[in-house]
Design a protein around this ligand. Structure first.
Ligand SMILES: [Zn+2]
Length: 227
């Protein structure tokens, strides 16, 4: 796949680690990547001496650094409050507008049906983004958005990461070291040095049989990234 527009929709600045090897491969192949971050991630610290503003500012910088290392063209920060994302009209309308503006060929987001997912933000953004990616083509949804520049649009491909029942796998062996390097940009979350052991901990993947050099996805439609 080349010269396609790809949107990666996450809840927090660091969630891209679930698919960042795939993002590296897509960027290397000449595709245009946009990362959409739902919240500011301002609850991402246990230090009571910090402020929400300072945490959010640090994480914004970390997200930009990670995106740069991954070859992402643009980071869009939606600015919602951490832990308070809701699969509701405001978020949906925002994501419909975004899909209709960027017109992605491919969307990647959280699997909102993943069992035992503790973080509600991951579920809420997944539900809202899936709906926008699919129903953005239906002009009866939020038809006040439609202008000469913003037209109805449906993503041709949709992949869910952090999923229970994967049916599509991307081999990231060749870019694995670069994935670790990009993850280490999130020093406030992961520490400055991320190795494979640390990555397993970050991704809550303690099963030693699971290869960290393979990224699993739930492919929603008949499509192929050719990776
Ligand atoms: Zn998260």
């Amino acid at each position: 796949m080349q010269e396609k527009r790809i949107v990666v929709c996450i809840a927090h600045p660091d969630d891209e680690v679930f698919c960042s090897g795939t993002l590296l491969r897509l960027a290397d192949a000449g595709n245009e990547l946009t990362v959409v971050v739902g919240t500011q991630g301002e609850k991402g610290s246990h230090d009571p001496m910090l402020t929400a503003e300072s945490i959010a500012a640090a994480r914004r910088q970390e997200m930009d650094m990670s995106a740069h290392r991954l070859g992402v063209k643009e980071v869009v920060q939606l600015g919602y409050r951490d832990g308070e994302l809701q699969y509701a009209e405001d978020l949906k309308e925002t994501l419909f507008r975004l899909v209709r503006s960027i017109r992605p060929d491919v969307v990647l987001t959280f699997d909102p049906w993943k069992r035992y997912e503790i973080h509600s933000d991951h579920r809420e953004i997944g539900f809202a983004m899936i709906e926008a990616a699919h129903l953005g083509a239906n002009c009866w949804y939020y038809n006040g958005q439609i202008t000469d520049d913003i037209k109805c649009h449906r993503s041709q491909e949709l992949y869910l990461f952090h999923c229970d029942e994967p049916n599509y796998y991307v081999d990231i062996t060749d870019v694995f070291e670069r994935k670790l390097y990009a993850a280490s940009a999130h020093a406030s979350q992961f520490g400055p040095d991320v190795d494979e052991v640390r990555l397993r901990s970050i991704m809550n993947q303690m099963n030693p049989d699971v290869q960290m050099t393979i990224e699993p996805f739930r492919k929603m439609w008949h499509s192929n990234l050719y990776l």
